[in-house]
Design a protein around this ligand. Structure first.
Ligand code: UD1
Length: 371
């Protein structure tokens, strides 16, 4: 069976790495090529992850770059259609919920090629999120739906997806985390920064809902400065966030002197460095999807600066709390964590480092016509 594995944006790389490795265990059964759409292209948003994860270089790079949603999606589709026609794959594997995910799914399905979606069935029920549109459209088209938890299965079944298409396999991103945990723990980063474990918070921010509206963005930055008076905050800045801060005249919050009132700013970090900071943090403040899951597994308190999540299991079982983007609510929640009032959490079922192995086993059965 010939497979095209698709990656495009930063959160895709750590999901695809274990799948590539698991497929390699079946050399007589699968041949596979790695296709990078080029949605993310900066070395720190892309290449650094291939190096950290030991992932093979992409066999094909579509080099589409940034653009509006329509432009980016359309460019991926046009370039990927040519690849599909040339390569004639039996299956395309997509992960996550970024524009590359839906663009490649739609292209392949229109050519009659089967598509498998890894991380299917997640729903925030917030149609203002571009990712929610990507998730819904991808799942409705896919032939095989690999899920991370039971909520995702319920969502798909409620939408009328045939039960035989749905496979609860666990979380591939956690496969990658568990594999690299020890290596990341041994990095000298905290020592170099002169920080003790649990003596700082870690922040990421990039959602359009938080950074594309000036007042919302400003309120979050004010809360951040307030928290930074109590505990240093390390804040690697996403390119979108930096760009919007410049456009909105909020650059003074990002004074490039690095240690501004406890705010330690940096460029986006590599996978291992970020994991090192994550596992040692007192708390994480974020609007990322994946970080909600990683903090749950690491047992680090997570404050999610969003009104909803497509990953509710991180709240019901893990260490995650939704705090929205209101200044006072963020401060209140951060103060509670600093006062040690925080959820303990446990690790969800099948987030055990074997999700990709389960996917490869199911694909082997799929090839035999058994699933
Ligand atoms: C994308 C995903 C989002 C994911 C995020 C992780 C979609 C709809 N969004 O958002 O789900 O959480 O990636 O990072 O697919 N830019 C650079 N260098 C890069 C990439 C982007 O400077 O390598 C800048 C450009 O100005 C670009 C902006 O960031 O316009 C946004 O990039 P884009 O890929 O459109 O979306 P993200 O915000 O990164």
């Amino acid at each position: 069976m010939k497979i095209l594995n698709i990656v495009g944006a930063r959160p895709n790389f750590m999901k695809m790495a274990p799948i590539v490795e698991a497929l390699d265990q079946y050399p007589d059964r699968f041949t596979h090529l790695l296709v990078h759409t080029g949605q993310h292209y900066d070395a720190r948003m892309s290449q650094a992850f291939f190096e950290d994860l030991g992932m093979p270089r992409p066999d094909i790079n579509l080099e589409v770059g940034s653009g509006s949603h329509a432009e980016q999606t359309a460019r991926i589709m046009m370039a990927f259609e040519k690849v599909c026609l040339e390569q004639r794959p039996d299956l395309v594997i997509v992960v996550g919920d970024v524009n590359s995910t839906i663009a490649c799914t739609l292209t392949a399905k229109k050519l009659g090629i089967a598509v498998a979606h890894v991380e299917a069935g997640l729903r925030s029920r917030d149609m203002n999120m571009p990712e929610e549109i990507n998730r819904l459209c991808t799942d409705v088209l896919c032939d095989l739906l690999f899920t991370t938890d039971k909520f995702a299965n319920e969502n798909l079944l409620a939408e009328g997806v045939a039960p035989e298409k749905i496979h609860f396999v666990g979380n591939v991103m956690i496969d990658t985390l568990l594999k690299h945990r020890e290596l990341a723990a041994g990095l000298p980063l905290l020592d170099e920064l002169g920080l003790a474990p649990r003596s700082y918070a870690l922040m990421t921010l990039h959602r359009p809902a938080n950074v594309d509206d000036r007042e919302t963005f400003k309120a979050i930055l004010e809360a951040l400065h307030e928290i930074a008076r109590q505990i240093p905050i390390i804040f690697p800045i996403h390119p979108r966030t930096r760009k919007m801060a410049g456009q909105f005249g909020l650059g003074h919050f990002f004074n490039e002197g690095d240690k501004v009132e406890g705010l330690w700013l940096s460029e986006p970090l590599g996978y291992l460095e970020f994991l090192h900071l994550n596992m040692n943090a007192r708390m994480v403040l974020t609007d990322s999807g994946g970080l909600q899951e990683e903090t749950t597994v690491l047992g680090v308190p997570c404050l999610t600066l969003r009104p909803n999540t497509e990953r509710p299991i991180t709240c019901t079982q893990g260490t995650n709390q939704l705090v929205g983007n209101d200044r006072e609510k963020i401060l209140d929640a951060a103060n509670k964590v600093l006062a040690n009032d925080m959820p303990k959490g446990r690790i969800p079922e099948k987030w055990d480092g074997k999700a990709a192995k389960r996917i490869a086993e199911i694909l082997a059965k799929y090839q035999e016509g058994e699933v």
